[in-house]
Unconditional design. Structure first.
Length: 223
């Protein structure tokens, strides 16, 4: 069976309706209604069967779930150069937030020095979901041991009226408040972010279990 045939075999009409509400910016006709565990299973089978390269070469895809499987496949590539090359080739086809959000290539975690220039390029992209992916990689990979305060400036420099990109900026700063509170707090206290992003970042931080109650008490005063 092809990847598409496997996805069609796993589709659920009720789940399709649920998914269509989560991603209103794409046509419901492009959504089959396949649950994430099934898509990951299909991706794993495709990777192990040797059909990976043919599927990755078959862009553009017709269905939302094909795009997700595509990124799940990329995330399994261990060689950094191949992984980042396939990521760059695919990002222009990412057309909604789940496609840009669900895959985290393991090859990236072990190659931060090589990855950072790509992240800077992605964040600067005019393509909403490329920029969103870049911000998510910065959030996932560079708020830990490899953190530098300049990364906060990099995220804050993104200006957009696009809802899904603004949400990602807010998510980044809410996560930064959880992981790097002292360094991130001035961006909130001095209101360096756009007002909408500021309010959403504080809101998300207040909802987070990773932000201490003491910190939340102060953040409530900054809403």
């Amino acid at each position: 069976m092809t990847v598409l045939e496997k996805l069609i075999a796993a589709k659920d009409e009720g789940y399709r309706e649920f998914q269509a509400k989560l991603v209103p910016n794409i046509s419901p006709e492009t959504i089959l209604g396949v649950r994430t565990p099934d898509m990951r299973r299909v991706a794993k089978e495709t990777f192990q069967s040797g059909e990976k390269d043919a599927f990755l070469a078959s862009l553009p895809h017709a269905y939302y779930e094909e795009n997700l499987v595509h990124f799940f496949l990329i995330a399994m590539i261990r060689d950094f150069e191949e992984c980042v090359g396939e990521t760059e080739r695919f990002l222009p086809y990412a057309d909604c937030w789940p496609v840009s959000d669900q895959a985290t290539p393991k090859a990236f975690t072990k190659n931060h020095e090589k990855l950072l220039p790509y992240i800077r390029k992605w964040i600067a992209s005019d393509h909403v979901y490329t920029a969103r992916f870049g911000l998510r990689m910065l959030m996932n990979e560079f708020l830990g041991d490899d953190f530098r305060e300049e990364y906060l400036d990099l995220a804050a420099s993104v200006k957009s009226e696009e809802y899904y990109l603004r949400m990602m900026i807010a998510w980044f700063f809410a996560t930064a408040l959880a992981k790097r509170y002292d360094e991130t707090l001035p961006y909130i206290e001095e209101r360096r972010l756009d007002e909408w992003v500021h309010r959403m970042a504080v809101r998300k931080a207040l909802e987070s279990f990773r932000v201490t109650e003491e910190h939340k008490e102060h953040l409530r005063e900054l809403r």
